[in-house]
Design a binder for this molecule. Structure first.
Ligand SMILES: Nc1ncnc2c1ncn2[C@@H]1O[C@H](COP(=O)(O)OP(=O)(O)OP(=O)(O)O)[C@@H](O)[C@H]1O
Ligand SMILES: O=C([O-])CC(=O)C(=O)O
Ligand SMILES: [Mn+2]
Length: 537
């Protein structure tokens, strides 16, 4: 086999069961990968120098096709069910062999990288790709080793990602032709039949969501994080599309990361080396930092050009609503170089409530915080996952159940303990609808949401009056700098108050129904954080 680039002297492709490839390109630079991607016909260059590529049939993750190998290591530790689907190690081994054989006449791009900015908890990840742009996605999204580290690199987890390789469900134990399979024993992830690059980053996130809490006592979180001038860290939990990336990019605060973090005894640290932002309707005016990050080295996915030019038309959703960009974190000016900071003083739960019920900013008691963390509510609108067009209420424990191999109460217990010990403020932010539900009202204006978060962080909401929401019980400030008072109470913003009460009661009942599955875990304090349907509505 022909090999190019900066290769580790410690281990090669044979160690991954790959005996033969046509060419292996090791650890190419973004410039080389951009060139390869264009030569291979994978993409084009935009007028700001970014690489534009399509993910193919899959424009989002496919949670139903994500499997975990059920074996001695995982059978009693993984939370099996409709999130963690089991597959046998025989199926895994057979697929692994087929994939390795498939590569015999292919050109591959191999990359060595780190996950976890805290040196104590770092994971060495090796990825094998058939598409150059995927390899560049990994350059952007994972932490980049130094030249010396490349030379001595030894992987302790590997991803083999071949979009062109399709499984045969009847034989391979998958649901369809596409699959993502995590094997904790062999320390390997196999991805096939899909070109959605996010499967790689979320695959490794799932791995860290197992190893860190289970083996290291570190809480892993689906959140963004940034830090103020005084070293005050804030973390922003939220499901896809709720604003983690958008709101963590704040010109007045250093960016730690936009999607995946760990909270150890002493630090909050990013798992990743870059950001993966939604770009639908992106404008420079609303999101200048993200807009300006889309330059040479960045990738834009599933976007289209303005007619007759090489400018990206961010309004074009003809391929998908889930258009994305990935860029290395240093494309954001005030990103912290080490991606690590002190434990948080403030925690925000972001929700995009398409029913327009939850207040745009409210403060939670510790019991309410636990209740909302375990609930993990948002309303799903068309976006990151396949097959969702109309908004639906969505509860995803810990704001990221899809990535959690362990039972959610494991993460909830760890968070609850940390919140209490460190006396953290917890806020609920509705970045979703106001003035009525989706279709009637409008999405909360981004400048208002930013102002609410800024006020909370600066202590400007410490000494204002609060009122309790009649059903959810959360405390709503009655004033907030740079936000009109009338926006702060959702009921005020609805023309039809009875319709509001009915919707609020309905949403409350959805919360209660969903929470029933955690009844064994919840104590009195947590249950006091539950919404209470009002009898007169
Ligand atoms: N008030 C608001 N607050 C936050 N985001 C808003 C608001 N109004 C509109 N948006 C839009 O909502 C989207 C939020 O997406 P963002 O990329 O921040 O989500 P995310 O939580 O990082 O999701 P993912 O985990 O999938 O990456 C952006 O497109 C942003 O422009
Ligand atoms: O993983 C992805 O494709 C995007 C993302 O951040 C999420 O869905 O939380
Ligand atoms: Mn995410």
């Amino acid at each position: 086999m022909q090999e190019f680039g900066l290769k580790s002297s410690k281990s090669g492709l044979e160690d991954l069961g790959i005996k033969q490839v046509k060419e292996a390109h090791w650890n190419l630079s973004p410039a080389e990968l951009t060139e390869e991607a264009v030569k291979n016909g994978e993409g084009t260059i935009t007028d700001t120098g970014a690489l534009m590529a399509d993910t193919g049939e899959f424009t989002g993750r496919s949670p139903q096709d994500k499997f975990t190998v059920k074996d001695e290591k995982t059978q009693d530790t993984v939370w099996w069910g409709d999130i963690n689907f089991p597959i046998s190690s025989e199926n895994f081994d057979a697929l692994h062999q087929k994939m390795a054989a498939f590569l015999a006449d292919k050109k591959v791009y191999v990359r060595d990288m780190h996950a976890g900015a805290h040196s104590k908890y770092r994971l060495n990840v090796r990825v094998v790709n058939t598409q150059a742009w995927h390899n560049m996605f990994c350059y952007n999204m994972f932490l980049r080793p130094t030249e010396e580290e490349y030379k001595n690199f030894q992987p302790n987890f590997t991803i083999i990602n071949i979009p062109e390789f399709k499984a045969n469900p009847a034989e391979d134990g998958t649901r369809q032709e596409n699959f993502t399979i995590v094997n904790f024993t062999k320390r390997m992830i196999l991805i096939g039949g899909t070109g959605y690059a996010g499967e790689m980053k979320k695959g490794i996130f799932s791995v860290l969501n197992y190893t860190l809490p289970h083996e290291e006592g570190v809480l892993s979180m689906h959140c963004s994080a940034n830090v103020g001038e005084k070293g005050d860290t804030a973390v922003f939990f939220g499901l896809s599309g709720t604003g983690k990336t958008t709101l963590s990019a704040d010109p007045n605060r250093g960016l730690i990361g936009d999607d995946e973090h760990g909270w150890s005894d002493d630090k909050v640290f990013n798992f990743e080396g870059g950001c993966y932002a939604k770009v639908i309707d992106l404008t420079r005016e609303k999101e200048p930092q993200i807009y300006d990050a889309i330059r040479f080295g960045a990738i834009v996915e599933n976007t289209r050009f303005q007619e007759g030019s090489r400018s990206v038309n961010y309004e074009d959703a003809s391929v998908t609503q889930n258009t994305r960009t990935s860029y290395p974190i240093h494309h954001i000016d005030n990103a912290l170089p080490q991606s690590i900071a002190e434990p948080p003083k403030n925690i925000f739960f972001l929700t995009a409530d398409a029913f327009g019920v939850l207040p745009p900013v409210s403060k939670l008691t510790p019991g309410q915080a636990m209740y909302h963390f375990i609930s993990g509510y948002t309303a799903k609108v068309a976006g990151t996952e396949v097959g969702i067009k109309d908004p639906v209420p969505s509860f995803s424990a810990c704001f990221g159940a899809a990535f959690l191999p362990l039972h959610p109460t494991k993460y909830a217990e760890m968070l609850g303990k940390k919140m209490k010990e460190q006396n953290v403020n917890v806020w609920l932010i509705n970045t979703g609808w106001t003035g009525g539900p989706f279709g009637v009202g409008a999405r909360m204006k981004l400048p208002y949401t930013r102002a609410m978060i800024t006020a909370a962080l600066n202590g400007e909401l410490d000494n204002v009056d609060y009122v309790q929401h009649n059903i959810f019980g959360v405390s709503m400030p009655t004033t907030c700098p740079n936000v009109p008072d009338e926006v702060l109470s959702p009921r005020n913003t609805w023309k039809d108050k009875e319709a509001y009460d009915a919707k609020a009661n309905h949403l409350a009942s959805e919360f209660v129904k969903n929470f029933a599955q955690y009844a064994d875990f919840a104590n009195e304090e947590i249950m006091a954080g539950a919404p209470k349907a009002s009898a007169d509505a």
